[in-house]
Design a protein around this ligand. Structure first.
Ligand code: C2E
Ligand code: MG
Ligand code: MG
Length: 779
């Protein structure tokens, strides 16, 4: 019962380990390599590699073991000639001083019992020197040699096994130390030849020992008189058949040779002290483990690349080293591991390059961010978005290479807070990264510090470029990554460089609704089908109650969702860059309304709301100019109400655009004056004609002294500056009266009228004209 408890941390560790993609790939590669190893599918590859290894080095044999070939003559005499020849050869070898003689051929009875007895006596006499061989496992080596020796000759003799196993291509790579058929168990000839007496499992032949360096003679060339005595003295001699009589095996280097030679080479390997076999498991163990460790240890690209290089180099070195040492290693499985891991990584990297990488900066994009999100613990991860202001203007002056440099420098600055974190770039003006909120006591402070550092100017190609950024953070944990990212983007949008550069959203539930993909789709179709309409809210001269203007307010009634408040769909339009499109439609409808009213001899000024962020270039000026050309409305009757003035980042650009529009005869009003979004600086910097006191002050004017003081002062400020003052949000009679007393010029609010359709406004104006008394309702 306790086991699972103890296992839990291990499981957790394993889970964490495998959440890393690289480790997952290493595990897959190792798994496949093991499967291939178990199935021995790659033996042909190993054989090719071993053959190659055999060619790398060329070592001479010890020449302690001499191979002497006997050619079995065609024997019409029922084997007596053969046995006589053998008897003569043995005597000769003994006389020549051979230390030991291995008869690697079957000794059979002939039709001459006398000769056989003599041969048998000769064998027994030299039993300390002569060793007979025999095939123990004929299933491994078929052919006539499986006949073996006649038992008559084996009496009192030492017999060893001449077995070996060849692979499917006919190569012999390993020979056992002994062979057994269940009843007899004989040591292998090679181990007797090496006389090393060491008990070992078997031997892997070291074919770097050149087969031609084994002294090799034909018995007939050595026979008396030919002077072989000196050659054989003190040597171990293997007397074996040659040519077609021999069992033929393949020896790496594309040669064929008698099987005796293979045992001699195995013995030479043993004499060298090599011939060990590193199983494939060892190889996968060593290379797999080092790969896993490397994947854990090297998280940065450069050191990891160096590691991969060294890893491959060590694989190559192992290849050469094992060949040099005469140690057999199996490379096939490790090659599978390398190939599988390599191709998995290459595929991922390819995808990453094309799918997950922003092309200009080569930084991972927001698709990559969504992919990587799973690697972070949800509760503690905050998504941080840095919005870079005026990036377009900066880019306009930079070459593509310098743009990439600039972006990468920005990214590396943002990474200063945590060098391990990845910085993502959306290709526009947003960067994003994850922050582990648990690591910081005060994340706001941390990010403000980071922002301060990251906002230092950047030098690219000897040009110093300013950086200004706002930061948005989403700290909520419940929502999907895309809505969290959107929330962080919205927060960065709403952050203000001047007074709140870092905007943290913990629960963005209400706002996240604003970023709503289905709403987005409906808004798109509403825009393209021109289903966004306007209502006109009358504005009256507070002195006499005459309607002198009307504010055009965007209205959208969605089939499914009903009335969607402008605050909501306007933000959405802004995020997807459709604000100009909206303005175009509202402007056109407003000018049409002005035309219709003019035709009825009503001449109110129509105020159209335009967001401050639309004054970054002259597109808005062109839009207004084009619309004024289409409609016959008097430009003097058009008032542009600038909302969210504080979002103007560059006053001199905005002033240029203002002036361009003013030249058309259009006036400007500053909306929501007094709240955060509209301030004195904007009033000072830009040529406004009118200021609209925000509703929050107007609403409270008759019960808050402070509100009264603010409104009175704004009204005076406007008068002193030569601007018209407008109070919006008048809901009560008292408010209306107070404002009139204060000298405010124009009033707007539900008390006067709710926003109206064009025909209702027209009716109301007609009624007012025809019935001057009606004015007194307000006047
Ligand atoms: P705003 O320009 O300050 O418009 C005045 C808002 O106050 C309108 O809300 C209006 O319906 C409301 N209002 C008028 N009188 C009263 C009153 O007596 N009491 C109260 N409580 N509210 C009153 P609405 O129509 O919801 O518009 C909200 C904001 O959306 C507008 O504020 C404006 O900033 C923006 N907006 C509306 N239409 C457009 C547009 O076409 N373009 C842009 N860029 N923004 C627009
Ligand atoms: Mg307005
Ligand atoms: Mg307003």
């Amino acid at each position: 019962m306790r086991l699972p408890v103890r296992c839990a941390p291990l499981l957790l560790m394993a889970k964490k380990l495998f959440s890393s993609e690289r480790l997952r790939h290493a595990a897959i590669a190792i798994g496949l390599a093991v499967l291939v190893g178990v199935g021995t599918f790659l033996r042909p590859v190993d054989i090719t590699l071993w053959s190659l290894q055999a060619k790398l080095f060329d070592r001479p044999a010890s020449s302690e073991i001499v191979f002497v070939e006997v050619a079995a003559a065609a024997d019409p005499g029922g084997g007596s000639a053969e046995n006589r020849h053998l008897l003569r050869s043995i005597r000769y070898l003994r006389e020549a001083g051979a230390e030991r003689i291995f008869l690697d051929l079957p000794v059979r009875r002939s039709n001459s019992p006398a000769l056989d007895r003599e041969l048998q006596r000769e064998l027994v006499r030299s039993a300390d020197k002569i060793v007979l061989t025999r095939v123990v496992r004929p299933d491994l080596v078929a052919g006539r040699f499986s006949q073996g020796n006649d038992p008559f000759f084996e009496q009192d003799m030492r017999v060893v096994s001449s077995d070996y196993q060849a692979d499917f291509l006919g190569y012999v790579w390993d020979i056992e130390a002994s062979y057994s058929d269940g009843t007899v168990n004989l040591p292998a000839m090679w181990s007797a030849l090496a006389a090393n007496g060491r008990s070992r499992e078997g031997i892997s032949l070291d074919y770097s020992i050149g087969r031609n360096s084994v002294p090799r003679y034909k018995i007939d060339e050595l026979q008396p008189g030919l002077g072989g005595a000196g050659i054989l003295a003190g040597k171990t001699v293997v007397l074996g058949p040659a040519g077609t009589d021999a069992r033929i095996v393949k020896i790496p280097g594309y040669a064929f040779g008698p099987s005796s030679l293979v045992h001699i080479l195995a013995a030479e390997t043993a004499l060298r002290g090599t011939g060990q076999n590193l199983g494939w498991l060892w190889m996968i163990g060593a290379f797999g483990l080092s790969l896993v460790l490397g994947a854990i240890a090297f998280r940065r690209a450069m050191p990891r690349r160096v590691f991969y290089f060294l890893w491959l180099a060590s694989l190559a070195a192992t290849f050469v080293l094992t060949a040099h040492l005469g140690v057999r290693a199996l490379f096939g499985e490790t090659l599978v591991l390398t190939l599988v891991y390599g191709s998995l990584r290459a595929t991922v990297n390819f995808k990453r390059r094309h799918l997950f990488v922003e092309s200009r900066s080569k930084l991972p994009n927001f698709v990559a961010l969504q992919r990587d999100f799973g690697e972070y613990p949800r509760e503690q991860t905050s998504i941080v978005v840095a919005k870079i202001a005026r990036l377009d203007a900066v880019f306009a002056t930079l070459s593509p290479t310098d743009q990439a440099r600039y972006l990468r420098q920005l990214a590396s600055r943002l990474a200063l807070g945590d060098t391990r974190s990845t910085i993502y770039y959306d290709g526009g003006k947003y960067f994003a990264f994850f922050v582990n909120s648990g690591e910081f006591q005060d994340i706001q402070e941390h990010l403000e510090g980071l922002r301060a550092v990251a906002s230092q100017s950047i030098t690219v190609s000897q040009r110093v470029l300013d950086v200004s950024m706002t930061i948005g953070v989403d700290e909520s944990s419940e929502k999907s990554i895309s809505s969290r990212l959107s929330a962080a983007i919205a927060a960065a949008d709403q952050a203000r460089e001047a007074y709140r550069p870092v905007f943290i959203i913990s629960d963005f539930a209400a706002d996240s609704e604003e970023w709503d993909y289905s709403l987005q789709a409906r808004l798109e179709s509403a825009l393209s089908e021109d289903r966004i309409s306007i209502k006109l809210q009358p504005q009256v001269d507070l002195r006499d109650g005459r309607i002198v203007g009307a504010e055009a307010l965007a209205r959208w009634v969605d089939e499914e969702r009903g009335d969607v408040p402008p605050s909501r769909f306007i933000l959405q339009c802004e995020r997807v860059g459709r604000l100009d499109e909206l303005t175009k439609r509202i402007l056109s409808k407003s000018l049409y309304a002005a035309e219709v009213l003019q035709a009825r001899d009503h001449h109110p000024r129509i105020s159209v709301n335009v967001s401050a962020i639309q004054f970054v270039d002259s597109r808005i000026a062109e839009l207004i100019e084009k619309n004024l050309m289409i409609h016959s409305a008097d430009p003097a009757k058009l008032m542009i109400e600038v909302t969210e003035t504080a979002r103007i980042e560059n006053f001199s650009v905005a002033r240029g655009v203002f002036e361009q529009i003013k030249r058309l005869g259009v006036s400007f009003s500053m909306d929501d004056f007094g709240v955060a979004s509209a301030n004195l600086e904007a009033m000072f910097e830009l040529p406004f004609d009118e200021i609209k006191v925000d509703q929050i002050f107007v609403r409270d004017v008759h019960h808050s002294e402070t509100a009264r003081a603010i409104v009175a002062n704004v009204v005076r400020l406007a008068r002193d500056a030569g601007l018209t003052s407008v109070a919006e949000g008048i809901e009560e009679r008292e408010t209306y009266d107070l404002l009139r007393e204060m000298g405010c010029d124009v009033g707007q609010g539900y008390y006067i009228s709710r926003p109206l359709t064009l025909s209702h406004l027209q009716e109301m104006m007609t009624l007012q004209k025809d019935t001057p008394l009606l004015r007194n309702k307000f006047g």
